[in-house]
Design a protein around this ligand. Sequence first.
Ligand code: 2HG
Ligand code: ZN
Length: 419
Amino acid sequence: MVSQIIRRLALVPQGGNTGLVGGSVPVQDEIILSLSRMNKILSFDPASGALVAQAGCILQNLDDHVAQHNFLMPLDLGAKGSCQIGGNISTNAGGLRLLRYGPLHGSVLGLEVVLANGQVLDLLRTLRKDNTGIHLKHLFIGSEGTLGVVTAVSIQCAPRPSSVQVVFLGLESYAAVTQVLSKARKMLGEILSAFEFLDAECMRISTSFGSVNPLGSAPASDAGSTQSGQIFPFYALVETHGSNGAHDREKLDAFLEAVMADGEACDGTVAENVHQASQIWKIREGISEALPHCGAVYKYDVSLPTPLMHRLVEEVRAQLAQWPGALALGYGHVGDGNLHLNIVSPKAYPDLKAQIEPFVFEWVSNANGSISAEHGLGQMKADAIYHTQSPTAVDVMRSIKNLLDPQHILNPYKMLPKD
Ligand SMILES: O=C(O)CC[C@@H](O)C(=O)O
Ligand SMILES: [Zn+2]
């Protein structure tokens, strides 16, 4: 660190390098600072659930560790087998169960951070409550390694649920997805742990690359669906985490019965075992992995008011006719108002991105949404920050950057726009 200050060499902190906006990839000649060998678990307190670990620990390994004490990491991502906790913190990763366990700003108890001047900022406490001045840890959660390098973390784990239930529903419209979401919030309340949706295009792509649609080959349901065996316009994956299997199942059955009886869902299935549950999750988690097999992929990760989420996909779709073979698909964390809009095309059309991207960003901005819900800005979206943040907010961010990293040696060219 000291020699870097003298030479002012720029560096890019890198964890599992699983990000989607180029935040951990050098732009010019920055040195990659890999955290991979800082992979020690420092302590776990089974009374409070506080875990202290170095930044290079892989999320899955941490979850396996706390599982021995019947706890669970408060975040879960498709990339859990390779992403690292330091990267998760630095990007404020959201993931599949934010709906239940909240954002990292709530569960991170403390951090150790190396500053640009080489000082170690020790904020590695395990306290739930600590109102002694400004909560500095929040500056480093989600600032993508531009203000300091996170080297260790203390995080609040949640009790591991003894009962996990997964339901998969086929629906006729996006409006039905939002109605079923309201019903899930009401009827499943405190046990609801995830509510994800995908459209028919996603189902087609995910099943072409190995996932199995549990509603695709099922016999007609009790609700009299005539559509089993076909692809529904929309699907919802609903998961519960609870502590009493019989009660949770009772609640889930009542929920399923209600959404069928009210005509909101056309078909549905409950996973009867862990294998079936993971097959259902594979449909959802497999989308992102399957997309690159379809050709060029343009990715958007936006926050929108829930009722508007799929309208954006439809409006983008209406514009794609001029690029033969290009498809827009929508899926994501509908319970968190987070849409993953992806466009795939058999070949890369240089003008597609140039025309569609401003349209998407302006649409999101007009709807008071965010152009980056959970993936961050990295190098790919940094210049789009003004679509979500005001010039005053960006000025404050720049001032903080200049204060903590006056030489701009920490992850330069990321998160903040060029001008
Ligand atoms: O690839 C994407 O667009 C989303 C990736 C990830 O955030 C997910 O929720 O699967
Ligand atoms: Zn996501």
